[in-house]
Design a protein around this ligand. Structure first.
Ligand SMILES: [Zn+2]
Length: 282
C-alpha cells in the first residue's frame, strides 16, 4: 500500500547534525523537506548544537535545539543499545564543561526553538562510576539549562532514562515557563500523566513500533499531549528497522499511533503537528 500524507509532519527530535550523516546530511535534508517533513535537529554538546543552528539558518523548515545531553557531561565510552536493536552503537563522549555564555549566544538565535537535549540519564552508568556524584552533576547542569530556558523564554527538550521520579521533582520545584517535551518517552501512562499535568508533552518515536509494550500508553494518552519524533539515526521504526533512521520515517510512528487509537493517520498527523507548532512556536 502506498502511503499518502495530506498533512505536514514535524520530526521534533532528530540528529541530522550527528556524524551518522557526515557524508549526506544535506541530501537527506533536501529529500526530507521535499516530503513536507519539517525537522528539529537537537544538539547533544556544543559542537552538534552549533551544527544544528547552522542547518537551521540555511534551510526553511529546519529548526534547532541546543544543549548538553547528560551523558556528555562525563568522559566515557558506552554502548547505546536498545534490546530490540540489531546493532550496538559505540558512543564516545569527551566530558563537556558547561559554559553558559556560549549557549546563551546560541539560544538567542530565532531558529533555536528549545533548550536541549538536557536532563537525566541513570541508565548508562558503568561499574566503577561514582554514581551519586554523577547524578548530582547531571542535576546541577540540568538546573542551569532550566535557568537558561527561562531566561530566553523557550521550552525545554528533555532526555530522561531511568530517572522519571527525580525529573518530576526537579520540574515541579523549578518550573520552566514555556514547559517542553519529555522526548523518547518510555514510561507508563501514570508517569506520563504526571508530566502532562505539569504542562509537558510526550515525545514518541520508533520504540513504540517495536511491539505492543507501549500500546496501552498510546491508547490512554490524549493526542493533544503527543508530539512525534524519530531520534534518528537511532531507533528506526518498523518497517525500516535495520536501516539508518531518517526524519521521513516519522510517518511510521504516526501510523502506529493511528492503528492503536483506531483513528485516521491524518488526524494523528494534524493534531501532533499542531502540538509541535504550538510548543515550539513554529
Ligand atoms: Zn536525541
Amino acid at each position: 500500500m502506498l502511503y499518502v500524507s495530506c498533512f505536514m509532519l514535524i520530526d521534533t527530535h532528530a540528529h541530522l547534525n550527528f556524524s551518522a550523516y557526515k557524508n549526506d546530511a544535506e541530501e537527506v535534508i533536501k529529500k526530507t523537506l521535499l516530503e513536507s517533513v519539517f525537522v528539529i535537529n537537537v544538539g547533544s554538546q556544543y559542537s552538534t548544537s552549533v551544527r544544528a543552528v547552522e542547518y537551521a539558518k540555511k534551510y526553511n523548515g529546519l529548526y534547532a535545539v541546543i544543549g548538553i545531553h547528560p551523558l556528555h557531561l562525563q568522559a566515557q565510552k558506552f554502548s547505546y543499545h536498545d534490546p530490540n536493536e540489531v546493532e550496538e552503537v559505540e558512543i564516545e563522549t569527551a566530558g563537556e564543561i558547561f559554559e553558559k555564555e556560549k549557549y546563551l549566544e546560541l539560544a538567542k538565535n530565532p531558529k533555536v526553538v528549545a533548550i536541549g537535549e538536557v536532563g537525566l540519564d541513570y541508565h548508562h552508568f558503568e561499574d566503577g562510576d561514582e554514581i551519586e556524584k554523577l547524578k548530582i552533576k547531571q542535576k546541577e547542569i540540568f538546573l542551569e539549562f532550566i535557568k537558561l530556558a527561562n531566561e530566553v523564554e523557550k521550552p525545554i527538550m528533555i532526555h530522561c532514562w531511568d530517572a522519571y521520579d527525580d525529573l518530576y521533582e526537579i520540574l515541579k520545584k523549578n518550573p520552566v515557563g514555556k514547559t517542553g517535551v519529555i522526548h523518547s518517552f518510555v514510561g507508563s501512562f501514570k508517569t506520563a500523566k504526571r508530566f502532562i499535568e505539569l504542562g509537558y508533552l510526550i515525545g514518541l518515536n520508533g520504540i513504540v513500533t517495536y511491539g505492543i509494550s507501549y500500546d496501552k500508553l498510546i491508547h490512554k494518552v490524549d493526542l493533544k499531549d503527543i508530539v512525534l519524533e524519530t531520534d534518528c539515526p537511532y531507533l528506526t521504526p518498523v518497517p525500516k528497522k535495520g536501516e539508518r533512521n531518517e526524519p521521513m520515517y516519522v510517518k511510521y510512528v504516526a501510523q502506529k499511533i493511528a492503528n492503536v487509537k483506531e483513528i485516521s493517520v491524518e488526524e494523528v498527523e494534524k493534531v501532533t503537528t499542531e502540538n509541535a507548532k504550538n510548543i515550539f512556536q513554529i
